[in-house]
Design a protein around this ligand. Structure first.
Ligand code: TXA
Ligand code: MG
Length: 340
């Protein structure tokens, strides 16, 4: 493999076809390409090419039983991947595709087991980002792509994050600037009797229930239990963790005690709360009044904690509704201590 990664800068709205063709050539020749989507950067390979898919696992140091999402650019490609009758999926597909929702179906035999971590199901998403769409279209194959970070690190929301984790390991990195949503897609399992949320994301529970009123939210997403492997392999691993420990404070009555326990720790909080922490070092995560800004900044903030001179950071808990339910899911995983 190469020691250098080709960096290809593009306009995210109107990507140059020359760049897309170059990246698509790499995909067609069993290579790997990191590319922006509307959620986070993905690390892509031809989903039918076992060697390329194994390389993705190797690059990320990802456990082989943690399956990848397959990205498509049109509904015909869905037929190559899934066995199921799509009636059940139609309302979700019509409402959320292209966009930040991943759906899990029974897989067709030709989808390699390497992609699905040995499972009989496959996760599929149709991204809306022009770079991702064009790359899949011109490659002519569905692209298997996990988030383009080293396993266990926060997902990348800029090309610089990808460079920090994967430079020299991946064949090319398409730099399309910051990803607009900043949080990985919402994952819904449709392979079971009841549609089940496996990962909250930019499409909120409230929005999904408008089209799927019987959406089930398993206990592990409410912090009540550990996930079982067959349901959601990815949820078992510690995630998004910066190298420094994070203390997540959910019970605000305990905040003062935590502030005293860690007098030098920077505080990560929304802009509206900044004045409560006069004299302390602050990392602002966005605005509570515009909660999507918090999602957008989240992984950048988690990465920046590593560069602050302190042994530990305190993160203030947020109301677990709408997009902030998804943000809190990631913060709980990143935290080494949760105070509630
Ligand atoms: O927004 C996103 O989803 C980004 C961009 C690149 O599309 N991708 C992403 O992929 O976040 P990754 O691999 O980091 O997360 C995929 C999640 C994991 O938690 C994995 O376990 C779960 O989806 N998953 C994939 N296939 C599955 C399956 N067949 N059954 C259950 N969970 C599955
Ligand atoms: Mg990931």
């Amino acid at each position: 493999m190469f020691d250098l990664s080709l960096i290809l800068k593009v306009d995210p709205i109107n990507p140059s076809m020359e760049v897309i063709k170059k990246a698509a050539e790499i995909i067609k020749k069993s290579g790997t390409v990191a590319f922006p989507t509307e959620t986070v950067y993905g690390l892509g390979a031809n989903c039918f090419d076992k060697v390329a898919v194994l390389r993705v696992f190797e690059i990320k140091r990802r456990p082989p039983d943690n399956p990848l999402i397959v990205h498509i650019s049109d509904l015909q490609q869905l037929d190559l991947l899934v066995e199921d009758d799509l009636t059940k999926a139609e309302p979700l597909i019509e409402t959320f595709w292209p966009g930040p929702v991943t759906l899990i179906f029974k897989k067709k035999p030709q989808v390699p087991k390497q992609v699905t971590g040995g499972l009989e199901t496959v996760a599929v998403r149709m991204p809306s980002h022009p770079v991702a769409k064009k790359l899949i279209e011109v490659s002519g194959v569905p692209i298997a792509a996990p988030s383009a970070n080293l396993s266990g690190r926060p997902s990348p929301t800029s090309a610089q994050h990808v460079i920090d984790d994967l430079y020299g390991l991946v064949d090319a990195i398409i730099d399309g600037g910051e990803t607009p949503l900043g949080l990985e897609s919402t994952v819904i399992d449709l392979s079971r009797d009841e549609p089940t949320l496996l990962r909250p994301g930019p499409a909120t529970v409230e929005e999904i229930r408008k089209v799927v009123p019987n959406l089930r939210i398993p206990d592990f997403l409410l912090g009540k239990s550990q996930p079982e492997r067959p349901l959601s392999p990815g949820m078992m691993y510690r995630h998004y963790a910066p190298n420094k420990p994070i203390v997540l404070v959910i019970d605000e009555n305990k905040l003062d005690a935590v502030l005293m326990e860690y007098p030098d720790a920077p505080i990560v909080c929304p802009e509206e709360m900044a004045r409560n922490f006069y004299g302390r070092r602050l990392i602002i995560m966005g605005k509570l009044s515009e909660p999507y800004t918090i999602a957008q900044n989240l992984f950048k903030v988690l990465r920046s904690i590593d560069t602050v001179l302190a042994d530990v950071a305190i993160v203030v808990g947020l109301p677990e509704k709408g997009i902030l339910f998804s943000v809190m899911n990631r913060l709980r995983k990143a935290a080494s201590r949760v105070i509630e």
